[in-house]
Design a protein around this ligand. Structure first.
Ligand SMILES: O=C(O)CCC(=O)C(=O)O
Ligand SMILES: [Fe+2]
Length: 331
């Protein structure tokens, strides 16, 4: 039996490690896990049938419940002659047992935990009724881990999805690029200044052009899922047929024994980290603590308001707030 790999860089997930091939025998993967690991390693994504026996019935029950929520209520009226619903997403609808069951699917957790080398847990779910039409991006600017790359998205189709339904798009291979931080793109944002993603768009567009990467569309059958690596560029294509829905659930996973933060509102290289103190396993409700190299990070250490934010940064934020208030008054 192969021994577990003696990893000289344990801060890199096994599946994204430069030592991936050497680590593989010690990971003790079955054929399906090996395929998924290889594809994630080389391409940054892997497609699989969602491992849930009653997925079909689950998806039907879930869609009918989602269409009763205020956020997605317009979806109940969609059809050949119906206009477009404006709303298209519902976050952390974990009062619904099916959302929790998809997020906490034991086989998905097993696969992710084995190929990353730390225990996976779902920290966020999003349910969509229509395509997001979101500009392509790396989720690593929105939520990331210390050490980095301990994050994945698992996107599953709750119905068949074709090219006119705003399918998911992605750029194979982009996961291996360096993870961009605020200082890379010359913007430092304060919480509340929007989602922040747009300040990275120019960099992503230039990288895609320089590498001549082409987007690939995911046209899944109901029940097919796509796993993406933390830094894979992905987004939503234009939803051209607005009389058709695009039902899906995406679950984002972190891994235990990491610290969790929001990069777009952080300047980590200055020690200014917007930690997330509210991370929990959304399938069980259990909080998950921030850890660094096996040590618990105290509440004090991860208190974003008081964290070792430099006086210059605090002054910059105060100025920014004043500028926003003035602008709001004028407007
Ligand atoms: O479903 C989509 O169109 C994109 C979703 C996405 O970017 C995400 O969940 O991280
Ligand atoms: Fe995303």
């Amino acid at each position: 039996m192969a021994q577990p790999f003696d990893n000289p860089i344990p801060g890199r997930p096994l599946v994204e490690s430069p030592f991936f091939e050497a680590a593989l025998p010690g990971m003790r993967l079955d054929d399906e896990e090996t395929r998924i690991a290889r594809e994630l390693h080389t391409l940054g994504f892997a497609v699989l049938d969602f491992p849930m026996q009653d997925f079909d019935a689950t998806a039907e029950r879930l869609k009918s419940d989602l269409a009763k929520t205020p956020e997605l209520a317009d979806m109940a009226r969609i059809g050949p002659d119906t206009p477009v619903p404006a709303s298209n997403r519902l976050a952390n609808h974990t009062s619904n047992a099916d959302v929790r069951r998809i997020a906490g699917n034991p086989r998905i957790l097993e696969i992710l935990s084995k190929i990353y080398g730390r225990r996976a847990f779902p920290f966020q779910t999003l349910n969509f009724g229509m395509g997001t039409q979101q500009h392509y991006h790396s989720d690593s600017v929105h939520f990331s881990s210390i050490p980095e790359r301990f994050m994945v998205g698992v996107w599953v189709a709750l119905e068949d999805i074709g090219p006119d339904q705003g399918p998911l798009i992605y750029y194979p291979g982009s996961h291996t690029w360096p993870i961009l931080q605020s200082d890379d793109v010359g913007h430092s944002l304060t919480r509340g200044e929007g989602s922040g993603q747009a300040v990275f768009d120019r960099a992503w567009e230039a990288l895609v052009a320089a590498e001549n990467l082409k987007p690939v569309e995911f046209h899944p059958r109901k029940g097919q899922a796509l796993i993406w690596a933390a830094n894979l560029l992905h987004g939503g294509a234009t939803h051209t047929d607005r009389t058709k829905s695009r039902w899906s659930q995406v679950t984002h996973y972190f891994f235990e024994d990491c610290a969790y933060y929001t990069p777009v509102f952080s300047n980590p290289r200055l020690g200014d980290v917007y930690f997330r103190n509210d991370v929990k396993d959304v399938s069980t409700g259990q909080p998950v603590p921030n850890k660094y190299m096996g040590r618990l990070l105290s509440e004090e250490r991860t208190n974003t308001r008081r964290l070792n934010t430099s006086p210059v940064e605090l002054a910059r934020r105060a100025l920014n707030r004043a500028r926003h208030m003035l602008a709001a008054r004028r407007g």
